[in-house]
Design a protein around this ligand. Sequence first.
Ligand SMILES: NC(=O)c1ccc[n+]([C@@H]2O[C@H](COP(=O)([O-])OP(=O)(O)OC[C@H]3O[C@@H](n4cnc5c(N)ncnc54)[C@H](O)[C@@H]3O)[C@@H](O)[C@H]2O)c1
Length: 216
Amino acid sequence: MTSVIRVAVAGAAGRMGQTVCAAVEGADDMELTGRADPALGTTVADVVGDADVLVDFTQPDQALDNARAAAAAGVHVVIGTSGFDADALSELSGANVLFCPNFAIGAVLMMQFAAEASKHMARAEIIELHHDGKLDAPSGTAKRTAELMQGEPPIHSVRLPGLVAHQEVILGDVGQTLTIRHDSINRESFMPGVLLAIRKVGSLDRSPVVGLEHLL
Ligand SMILES: NC(=O)c1ccc[n+]([C@@H]2O[C@H](COP(=O)([O-])OP(=O)(O)OC[C@H]3O[C@@H](n4cnc5c(N)ncnc54)[C@H](O)[C@@H]3O)[C@@H](O)[C@H]2O)c1
């Protein structure tokens, strides 16, 4: 990989994709070389030839095929799309794959605190709240949080206009509750994590890797 990382974005016309394109354009060590999106008349196949890394923020039924196409072309893949079968990523070869259900550092910490707390308190439930344009439920973050916690915490999903991405983990025990809450109040909250993932995906010592916590 050259010193400037060439980055293509799949889902470039979407809410997250537009924010990622702007963040990549603002990073001194990166060059935005392609925007793939049916809304722009471009496909992943059109953009992988000029890229070192493909970032995917598309939709659940597209992410795996996009990752497969990029990896087959030797292009590393950073996936933010949620709601697809992440187990299938282990079939991909040719380049590294990094899937992060949540790129916000505060959300990663929330998951770690919730995992720790679940060892000490009797029960827990997860409430995840997102904007009403989100296609999948429960969220990838909520599913990942539940996987990391002891017991099998139920997940409740709320979809409303006005929300961005929020999650509460409520733990209960005799005479007390503990609430751990994270709020992404805008999409810029994800960008430091996305840029870190782009910088690190090429040097992972294994693939696929799931979770931003492995890069911190
Ligand atoms: N990991 C995280 O931290 C994080 C944060 C926010 C959102 N997300 C996830 O990111 C995904 C995108 O969210 P969004 O709000 O930007 O959605 P969005 O609907 O605004 O954008 C998705 C874009 O993908 C495009 N697209 C569809 N199929 C495509 C394909 N085959 N190739 C290229 N582009 C394609 C669509 O035309 C659209 O412009 C969702 O799965 C969401 O849950 C993840």
